[in-house]
Design a protein around this ligand. Structure first.
Ligand code: PMP
Length: 457
């Protein structure tokens, strides 16, 4: 119990004093009442232990309450917590330099915020002020935040309301090589391939040509000839770990730049070693963005976000007065600095690559066994498992069926995520300290849940 409160009392307060929407998003029919976390583990108030394979949407990077990060927070807690944007304190400077050292030239100017939405909001403003253009482009199925500005950029009906959001945001076709009209076995950069037949000739990706053709059509029909910028997640997160054909982002960046726009990589989910092979998701696409936005894993669960950009864009933006009371506060910077050290010391990125590749390879075997697992994809520990009614139609599995399997997995002690435009994808984005043993346990649980569902059907 927390301060003598029973579960019933907590739910009563939730009904009366909390956002009514929270009643809908307890995530499970029987909510998980979290008590404590340690590394890849969570415990509820009844003492049940869960293997956390979702990390609150890739929010915990190096581990829940990681001892090194917790110690760094504790040290700063007794020194100073205050705004440091009108006074000077070393924490912001130590962290800004360290973060910048993790990015290639010329991405060296750091703006610190408190969340991913704030970071993207800021990046939208910067792109517009720097280019003098207004129109922004992103992919369908993308998620970039919940503020009025970023809601306009986000493309998913679940986050759309009859209110004025940022105008000038256009959503172009998502080059989803499994669910989209074009795609094939060799389209994407993943340790596992799609099961779709490939129509490529001589190593040339025909699907990419088609999706780039769609992008060109968007340029011809839906935006002015000069645009402000393009936002893209290196692997679409809320969209269900959707990966694009190789070279798509590279060609898209070129088309955007030809129209005067800047390119922004939204690394809120994919940054900090999550994709395993690279520290940043964009590096897997062989592109160099003009801005990188980040949050979630940056603080291992502590609220924080950032935009990193070039001195040139920063100079344009310096004409505007920008202020953020808590962005880059001493507590956040102490935590985030320790997160960067910990990633290095614990070999987190390498672990993400090793364990993630093993997990995906094993999941692909289940995909080849079960009719309702349509696709397995991702990189490192940013993984999607797309569920279908059957492989031939690729129709999304119903929300009821998804929910049944999802709840069953939780009852067996594993927390995973759901996503995709139709809620048809399971998402696996754990704290990056998970082990091969954890993966073996999850695979046994997943197999059992799928088998139980299929036996009932
Ligand atoms: N961008 C992406 C890719 C995200 O997944 C999210 C959050 N799910 C955001 C931006 C917004 O971040 P926040 O919730 O911290 O505002």
């Amino acid at each position: 119990e927390y301060k003598g409160m029973s579960k019933e009392r907590i739910m009563e307060i939730r009904r009366k004093n909390c956002n009514p929407m929270t009643m809908k998003i307890t995530y499970y029919k029987k909510p998980v009442f979290l008590h404590q976390g340690y590394m890849q583990w969570l415990w509820d108030f009844d003492g049940n232990r869960y293997l956390d394979l979702f990390a609150g949407v890739a929010t915990v990077s190096v581990g829940h309450c990681h001892p090194k990060v917790a110690a760094a927070l504790q040290r700063q807690l007794n020194k100073l917590w205050h705004t440091t944007n009108i006074y000077v304190n070393p924490t912001l400077h130590e962290y800004s330099e360290k973060l910048a050292s993790h990015l290639p030239d010329p991405l060296k100017v750091v703006y610190l915020t408190n969340s991913g939405s704030e970071a993207n909001d800021l990046a939208m403003l910067m792109a517009r002020l720097h280019t003098g253009n207004f129109d922004l482009l992103t992919l369908r199925g993308s998620y970039h935040g919940g503020t009025q500005q970023t809601m306009g950029l986000t493309s998913n009906s679940s986050y759309k309301y009859p209110i004025a959001t940022s105008s000038g945001c256009t959503h172009t076709m998502c080059p989803d090589v499994f669910r989209g009209p074009w795609g094939g076995s060799h389209c994407r950069d993943s340790p596992v391939q799609t099961t779709r037949q490939c129509s490529c000739a001589q190593g040339h990706c025909m699907a990419n040509d088609q999706y780039i053709g769609q992008l060109k059509e968007t340029f011809a029909t839906s935006v002015p000839s000069r645009i402000a910028g393009f936002f893209g997640e290196p692997i679409q997160g809320m969209g269900g770990a959707v990966q694009y054909p190789k070279n798509y982002l590279k060609e898209a960046y070129q088309l955007v730049r030809e129209r005067g726009g800047v390119c922004i990589a939204d690394e809120v989910q994919t940054g900090f070693g999550r994709t395993g092979s690279h520290f940043w998701g964009f590096q897997g696409h062989d592109v160099l963005p003009d801005m990188v936005t980040m949050a979630k894993g940056i603080g291992d669960g502590f609220p924080m976000g950032a935009v990193v950009t070039t001195p040139e864009i920063a100079a344009s933006f310096a004409k505007a007065f920008h202020f953020n009371t808590f962005g880059g506060g001493p507590l956040a910077c102490a935590v985030a600095s320790s997160v960067l050290d910990t990633i290095k010391e614990d070999g987190t990125q390498q672990n993400s690559h090793n364990v993630g590749t093993y997990l995906m390879t094993e999941l692909a075997k289940l995909r080849d066994t079960y009719e309702i697992i349509g696709d397995v994809r991702g990189k490192g520990l940013q993984i999607g498992v797309e569920m279908v009614t059957n492989k031939a139609s690729r129709d999304p599995l119903s929300p009821e069926a998804m929910s049944e399997i999802f709840e069953d997995i939780k009852e067996m002690g594993v927390l995973i995520g759901k996503g995709g435009v139709y809620g048809q994808a399971f998402r696996i984005q754990p704290p990056m300290c998970i082990t091969k043993e954890d993966v073996k346990f999850f695979l046994a649980v997943f197999k059992k849940a799928i088998q139980r569902y299929m036996d009932k059907e």
